[in-house]
Design a protein around this ligand. Structure first.
Ligand code: HEM
Ligand SMILES: *[C@@H]1O[C@H](CO)[C@@H](O)[C@H](O)[C@H]1NC(C)=O
Ligand SMILES: *[C@@H]1O[C@H](CO)[C@@H](O)[C@H](O)[C@H]1NC(C)=O
Ligand SMILES: *[C@@H]1O[C@H](CO)[C@@H](O)[C@H](O)[C@H]1NC(C)=O
Length: 497
């Protein structure tokens, strides 16, 4: 008996070993050391920072390292480094296969990594570590995310009419400026529309009717700069840009008055959501700072970058795509009783694909971080790498969603890429929300709370755009690292059919 069972056991082990060495149809990847080099203390970090921002710039910075080390998993420093971040060393994940380890909260800790290797002072957020900086293992993460879900649910019936009103306002502004000056900068009125939309949809409060007036976006932009300057470039002369933005954290005091102005607006508008937070055992004050952050940093900050990206790629794609979109969108609206509704948008497969493709080709939040919770093995297409507990992982998302081993013509904007059954199969590789598009945001993960909301707004925007216009033309202003593309509208052709 004993010998039979032990020989069975031996056979079982043998099979297991064989399977793990070579699963059918797969070749086992070699185990490799992670290549790359942090350089000398201090100097290495500054060299990498200057290469990243100025010469050759971030895309080439990563591309040249991939070539040099023949690997898409690489050790490098990430900005800002000295004197803002005490440890700039990361393991960069530069392909679509290794990148998703950052979504696995059993493997990576997402505590205080929203902005990377430094943490902005909590003086900029009312003294609180807000939701986006919390790891799901921290008890407040679930509660605070629940408050954001509550807000999104509460806004549901208002989204369509409020969006239509705010973005009709945007289009009227653009038309007026193009008529008067022959062109119009898209970004400022787009930010105004986004803020007006978000505050009315989430809180039923129109900033124009309050002390805030039209100042919301400019106050927020200043506040965002205080948090994000270490990882931005403003296109100033290089030495000045680097010295000013990347060497020391801005002190918080110059922004306190502006923050208070924003806070008062949110505090006056969000009583009902604070009630909800209080029921969950959160203080009203902590809830309000979090509502401000979710609206102004997460939602406004995301839309402020992504809408210009969408207009840029759709604009560049040209008249033929515009005509196709106009036909599809207008006929779907017509067959739905003349309303731009959820049902009508379901009949706009090209429009839906275009939105996904814009999210793929230029993800609005390109950097993701996480710290290894334990020793890990990470797989790229070519090799398996060992990572030690506590090491910082950094994913450059554009290289994951433009991975040529995953997407054909990965560098091209292919409007119908996500159309049909074959297109749908690619959605699991679309990662803009800090998770695959095929998965759901939950209180247990770090996927964007606004994932479905953002897709809805983006669809509404494109649908409204081509309901109103046959075609439009754009120019691009000077791009700045880590900020939205500067889109200038040079012509708008009103709907002729
Ligand atoms: C185009 C717009 C947006 C983009 C590109 C975007 C992207 C992201 C990304 C990449 C993250 C994960 C960051 C990280 O942990 O590394 C995130 C988190 C988050 N987003 Fe969004 N987002 C957008 C709009 C919104 C909207 C409209 C809301 C709604 C209030 C929202 C709420 C949040 C929240 C609360 C988190 C933190 C989630 C958590 O800690 O579990 N976002 N977003
Ligand atoms: C927030 O609003 C409440 C109710 O209107 C008020 O009692 C409280 O003082 C406000 N908080 C701050 C910090 O202004
Ligand atoms: C279209 O919208 C109007 C106004 O909101 C509504 O009364 C009407 O029932 C809608 N029609 C359809 C077909 O959904
Ligand atoms: C995501 O949520 C939807 C709606 O609740 C559900 O139908 C779907 O199965 C969920 N998807 C996953 C991958 O959990």
């Amino acid at each position: 008996m004993a010998s039979t069972s032990s020989s069975r056991l031996a056979v079982f082990f043998l099979i297991t070993v064989l399977l793990s060495v070579a699963a059918p149809g797969e070749t086992k990847l070699p185990l490799k050391q992670i290549p790359g080099d942090y350089g000398l203390p201090f100097i290495g970090a500054i060299n990498d920072r200057r290469s990243f921002f100025y010469n050759p710039g971030q895309e080439e910075f990563f591309k040249s390292k991939i070539q040099k080390y023949e690997s898409t998993v690489i050790r490098t420093n990430m900005p800002p480094g000295p004197f803002i971040a005490s440890n700039p060393k990361v393991i960069a994940l530069l392909d679509g296969k290794s990148f998703p380890v950052l979504f696995d909260v059993s493997k990576v800790e997402k505590r205080d990594v929203l902005t990377g290797t430094y943490v902005p002072s909590t003086d900029l957020t009312g003294g609180y570590r807000v939701l986006a900086y919390l790891d799901p293992s921290e008890s407040k993460h679930a509660k605070l995310k629940q408050v954001v879900y509550f807000l999104l649910k509460w806004s549901r019936d208002k989204v369509f009419p409020v969006f239509e009103a705010c973005y009709t306002g945007l289009f009227e502004t653009l038309e007026k400026q193009v008529a008067e000056n022959g062109k119009s900068s898209f970004n400022p009125p787009s930010e105004q529309a986004a803020f007006n939309f978000l505050t009315q949809a989430f809180f039923g409060s129109n900033p124009a009717d309050t002390k805030l007036g039209v100042e919301g976006p400019s106050l927020i932009n200043k506040w965002l700069l205080f948090q994000l300057h270490p990882v931005l470039s403003l296109g100033l002369p290089e030495d000045l840009d680097d010295l000013l933005l990347h060497t020391y954290p801005f002190p918080a005091f110059p922004i306190q008055k502006d923050y208070k102005t924003l806070y008062d607006f949110f505090n006056e508008s969000s009583g009902f959501a604070q009630d909800e937070a209080e029921k969950m055992g959160l203080s009203r004050e902590e809830a309000c700072h979090n509502l401000l952050f979710a609206t102004c940093f997460n939602a406004f900050g995301g839309i402020k970058v992504f809408f210009p990206i969408m207009v840029k790629w759709i604009g560049r794609a040209g008249g033929k795509l515009h005509t196709e979109l106009a036909h599809e969108i207008r006929s779907a609206i017509k067959s739905n009783g003349g309303n731009l509704s959820m049902a009508a948008m379901e009949q706009m497969p090209l429009m839906k694909s275009v939105v996904y493709e814009a999210l793929r080709i230029e993800p609005a939040v390109p950097y993701q971080y996480g710290k290894a919770k334990r020793d890990l093995l990470i797989e790229s297409h070519d090799a398996v790498y060992e990572v030690k507990e506590g090491e910082m992982l950094f994913g450059f998302q554009p290289f994951a969603t433009r991975d040529p081993k995953i997407f054909e013509r990965a560098e091209e904007f292919v409007p119908d890429r996500f159309k049909g059954e074959a297109g749908e199969k690619l959605l699991k590789y679309l990662l803009w929300s800090n998770g695959p598009e095929t998965e759901n945001t939950t209180v247990g993960n770090k996927q964007c709370a606004g994932k479905d909301f953002v897709v809805l707004l983006s669809r509404l925007f494109v649908a409204q755009l081509f309901q109103r216009y046959d075609t439009f033309e754009i120019e691009l202003g000077k791009a700045q690292s880590g900020t939205a593309p500067a889109v200038i509208i040079t012509s708008l052709k009103r709907a002729s059919f």
